[in-house]
Design a protein around this ligand. Sequence first.
Ligand SMILES: *Cc1c(COP(=O)(O)O)cnc(C)c1O
Length: 410
Amino acid sequence: MKPADASTSAPAATHTDEVIAQAKQVLLQNYKQQPIVLARGEGSYLWDAEGRRYLDLIAGIATCALGHCHPGVTAAVKKQLDTLWHVSNVFYSEPQIQLAARLTKASGLPGARAFFCNSGAEANEALIKLARRWQHAVKGNAERSELITFEGGFHGRTLATVTATAQPKYQAGFEPLPQGFKYAQMGDLEGVKRLVGPTTAAILVEPIQGEGGVKPAPAGFLKALRELCDANGLLLLIDEVQTGIGRTGKPFAFQHEGVVPDAFSLAKSLGNGLPIGAMVCSDEVSKALPSATHGSTFGGNLVACAAAIATWDIACDPATMLETVAKGEHLRSLALAIKARHPGRVIDVRGRGLLFGIELDQGAADVLARCRGNGLLANLAGEKTIRFAPSYLVTREQLAEGLAIFEASL
Ligand SMILES: *Cc1c(COP(=O)(O)O)cnc(C)c1O
């Protein structure tokens, strides 16, 4: 850093300015980054490098289910760090098995089994491979390789999952995209039926489109997809990466709809911020991926599994889930009151549990920037929707504080 020039009145560059300047030199410029440097977190609060405090109502990015540096999860991680970090998946290790036992038991899938990976995209990649190989190798349907997915959805950034993500803005420039994906409209059962044919393998759907704008599937739609899959020999695959482990008040959001998928994916909240993903499937479809057909070097990393077990035991405790529902309703009532005070400005209020969106008429990015300036972090889902996905341990007071900042920032 150059010594400050006493002859000018320009303010000296802050530490934050320097960090951001260096970031612009050395990091791939693939993210639209907010101009703050986050340095420390505790529960629902974050502090930046200048010591300014923010109320974090997006919890990382719907990842830190129990808030930042939760003491119980931190203790479990520290214990595992002192015991064993990582072994190859050609050996057994207990944290993986204990985590799989929790996920599979809660899932309701017959004879459920879990596969561990490191991210949401990888978990969805496993779903796609599972579906194709089940049709090809187990059912002998060599022609059935297509997946039907939904416009406005989001499934990840690998080539297959970005192709499953039916939004041109994520796909542009990466052609040729893998073959075998067709897109339907969320809620349009007749449209889905028109796409089903002799080459269809599976349907992949989010119970609530998260990145696409916090848009829940219409009531009964998942059930109708289940029936369509059963009638046509297709697998129903559910992407629970954003909705999973307790965020909506049930371990998995499909459980609100009375459906049981053949397989589903998890990631975001699973490790409370440590990278871990999972694919859970029924015993029947697990036959598609026998020995040596799929794998991951780091999947099921023991430190990440220890974090996930500690997170699960709190996040999916019945008392926590009741509170998640109640706090979600509190958030809804606060948001509806704001909508009533700002007709035309606030267009819609949507969500389930603590996955929540407030759609504006316009200028959502500007509102978000003002929220940040006023000490509140949320994020943008779709073009016009401000997304809230706080820690399940957020308090009602913090929700009220956050929504007051949001209203003042409108
Ligand atoms: C975030 C997200 C993904 C991608 O997860 P990554 O960990 O970024 O690969 C996939 N599906 C849904 C629904 C998501 O919200």
